[in-house]
Each structure stands twice: as structure tokens, then as C-alpha cells.
Design a binder for this molecule. Structure first.
Ligand code: PLP
Length: 387
């Protein structure tokens, strides 16, 4: 089955490269290729393209160009934020606070840091996946150097009140990082309004190329370099830049920002319509995450008694791509830490699907996917699974 016949409903996992982004990238892979550090004309042309992209991206998030550092994606940005700040502020303390529903790019990094004497506090979340400001206030200590709480969750779509959380962290003298990988390009993200010191983003979540992202670091923030070598990225992240990907990322982000209101409205209505379609025929369903404060095209739905992974494969056979938990963790059959943290019963957690719409989806795809899902669920109950 070709991609054209597939109904792709897994935009939180990755998104297709925008044709304009590919077009903007091609010259830097072919004719205009060059090393941005070279001093001759071709190097200068390529350097200008990188700096133009930095300017464009910084404008999209309300930052200054010199506060944007290009990376290989969300994972690197998250790792760098944690390790870089921890290393720079080692003498001030070794306590870090994160939420219990962070992506593994944060959680596994924290796990590794424990071996180097760092103490990590994992904040609980409410049943809708929200971190309470009071819980953060109670966890902050004089030796807390960094708080890292994601802007929007990749499994249940819940959006946090980052500005309130950052304010309380700052009041106690800690820096604040947010993993905004699922948010950038999909909801308004302004680093000043959020009040954060560091923010991670990844191009492939907003129709840019895979393997490219950025870390926003507020001017004056203490952070150690990530890679050592050449003087690229202001001497903070050595290595020849992925020029074409950086240019593609900027093009994709600018397009998303210029289309943001329309995209948000469309995706919200798609998510609502899909939910209505399912609940009309299927009564025993649970929708996870915050009803109001959530990513526009994001649905996390639990069918208690069903096997989410089996549902996923049956849907795949019928040409519908969805996810069970986080795609980055698809080899892990354990119940997702996010679903556990919101207190979902095992029976419901195992029967959970993540359905995420994107701007390329059509209404016809939504209706077809809904009907296919209902037919797959019906087949399951015929075979004796719980209805
Ligand atoms: N953070 C969140 C919230 C994510 O959803 C992901 C990817 O799914 C990442 C980090 C990792 O990003 P990347 O795939 O660019 O390394």
C-alpha cells in the first residue's frame, strides 16, 4: 500500500517534509553546497543562509538570533539543556526537578545524571496531566539548579501553565527549561511570554526535516558547551552545521507560524469531530488529557479491555497509522509512564491509542478512519473481547 492510500494520523510522531522546505533545502545539498566556516565566497553564501534561518526561527519564538542554537533534534536539545546547565552550575547545587510525564529524552538523561551525584525530584501530575504550581513550590530547594517541565505532552496532549511554573522556579533561584518539541509550530510559543531560560524544539514535528532542531538559551544563561571542537554555534556546539536541514526547518516553521490560527482551528474541529464520531457508537471510552488546555489535533483515547497494540496493527492492515503511546518508545510494551502518572487503570492504559491529526489530513480521511476504527473495535468484541 502506497503512502497515498494510507491515512496518516500520527503527526505527533513525525510529519511529512513541507514541499517548500524541500525546495529551500535543495540548493544547499547540490549547487550551493559549501562549508559555512569556509572563508571563500561559497562559504559566505552558506553562512548567510544559516544566519538567515537563525533570524527567522528566533523571530518565530520571540527570541534574539544569538539565543538560538542549532542541534540534531529534540533529544539533543533536551540532553544539552539538562547536562549543560548542570555542568555550568555544578558548584551551586546538584538538585534538578522534572515532571513525571517528561519524554525519555529528559527522563533517561536524568537517570544517567544520578550516577554523577545529581538528585532528581519527579513532580506528580493531576488526572488531566497538569503539574500543580504548589507541588513545584514545595519541591524547590536552595540547591535546585534547574527545573524542566514540558510545554505540551507527546502522549496525552496536555499543555502546562509554563509561565506560572517558571515564575516560581525563578523566585527560588532555579533556571527553567521547557521541552516544547510538541508545541512549537502548533500553538503560539513565545519565550518571553513563557518566561523560560531554555526551550527545546525539533524540526520534524512541524514539517521540517528529521534530525534537526534547536535549543533556545536566554542570553546570559549559564550553560556548558555540548560538543567540543570547532567554533560553530558560538563555540557552544561544535561540528559543521546541517545547513540544508537548518534552512528547511526555518522555512517550515515560518509557514506554520503564518498559518497558525487556521491550523489550530482546523485541527481542533477535526479532533472534536473524530471524538464525536467514536462516542456516537462506542460508549465505553475514556479521553485522556486536559479537555481545554491541549494540543489542537491531539487525541488520546482508551478503550478499556482492548489491546491497544493489537488495535494498532489491525488499523495498520487497513491503512490507518496511529500510535499506542509514544512512537519513540514503540518497542517497549510496558504501560506508558505518562498514562501511569495520570492514574489510568491498567485495563484502560493497555487499550490506549494516540491519534494525532495534521494539516494535510482531509475530512474524508477523518470519516474513513473513524469508520475503520469502529469496525476494528466491533471485530474485537465479536471475538470475545470486552465490549
Ligand atoms: N521531546 C518530546 C516531547 C517529543 O515528543 C520527542 C519526540 O517524539 C522528543 C523530545 C525527541 O525529539 P527528536 O525525535 O527530535 O529527538
Amino acid at each position: 500500500m502506497g503512502n497515498k492510500e494510507r491515512i496518516y494520523l500520527d503527526y505527533a510522531a513525525t510529519t511529512p517534509l513541507l514541499p517548500e522546505a524541500l525546495e529551500a533545502m535543495l540548493p544547499y545539498l547540490q549547487g550551493d553546497f559549501g562549508n559555512p566556516s569556509s572563508l571563500y565566497g561559497r562559504g559566505v553564501v552558506v553562512r548567510k543562509a544559516v544566519e538567515k534561518a537563525r533570524q527567522a526561527i528566533s523571530a518565530c519564538i520571540g527570541a534574539k538570533p544569538e539565543e538560538v542554537f542549532f542541534t540534531s533534534g529534540g533529544t539533543e536539545s533536551d540532553n544539552w539543556a539538562l547536562e549543560g546547565v548542570a555542568r555550568a552550575l555544578r558548584s551551586q547545587g546538584k538538585h534538578i526537578i522534572v515532571s513525571s510525564i517528561e519524554h525519555h529524552a529528559i527522563l533517561n538523561c536524568c537517570q544517567a545524571m544520578k550516577k554523577y551525584g545529581y538528585e532528581i525530584t519527579y513532580l506528580p501530575v493531576t488526572a488531566t496531566g497538569r503539574v500543580e504550581v504548589a507541588d513545584l513550590a514545595a519541591a524547590l530547594r536552595p540547591d535546585t539548579v534547574l527545573v524542566s517541565i514540558m510545554l505540551a505532552n507527546n502522549e496525552i496532549g496536555t499543555i502546562q501553565d509554563i509561565s506560572a511554573l517558571a515564575k516560581i522556579a525563578h523566585k527560588h533561584g532555579a533556571l527553567f527549561h521547557t521541552d516544547a518539541v510538541q508545541a512549537v509550530g502548533h500553538i503560539p510559543v513565545n519565550v518571553k511570554r513563557l518566561g523560560v531560560d531554555l526551550l527545546s524544539a525539533s524540526a520534524h514535528k512541524f514539517n521540517g526535516p528529521q534530525g534537526c532542531g534547536f535549543l533556545y538559551v536566554k542570553a546570559g544563561t549559564a550553560i556548558a558547551p555540548f560538543h567540543l571542537g570547532g567554533q560553530q554555534e558560538y563555540g557552544m556546539r561544535a561540528g559543521t552545521e546541517n545547513v540544508a536541514a537548518i534552512v528547511g526547518m526555518a522555512t517550515a516553521l515560518e509557514r506554520h507560524i503564518s498559518n497558525l490560527d487556521f491550523e489550530q482551528r482546523k485541527l481542533r474541529s477535526f479532533a472534536k469531530r473524530f471524538q464525536e464520531l467514536i462516542t456516537r457508537k462506542k460508549k465505553e471510552v475514556v479521553f485522556n488529557g486536559d479537555i481545554q488546555k491541549r494540543l489542537p489535533g491531539h487525541i488520546s483515547v482508551s478503550f478499556p479491555g482492548y489491546d491497544g497494540e493489537a488495535l494498532l496493527h489491525l488499523l495498520d492492515l487497513k491503512g490507518v497509522c496511529v500510535s499506542t503511546g509514544a512512537a519513540c518508545n514503540s518497542k517497549n510494551t510496558e504501560i506508558s509512564h505518562v498514562l501511569k502518572a495520570i492514574g489510568l487503570q491498567e485495563d484502560s492504559a493497555r487499550g490506549t491509542l494516540r491519534i494525532t491529526f495534521g494539516e494535510e489530513n482531509t475530512l474524508q480521511e477523518l470519516i474513513s478512519a473513524g469508520e475503520i476504527l469502529l469496525s476494528v473495535l466491533a471485530k474485537f468484541s465479536e471475538r470475545g473481547h470486552k465490549e
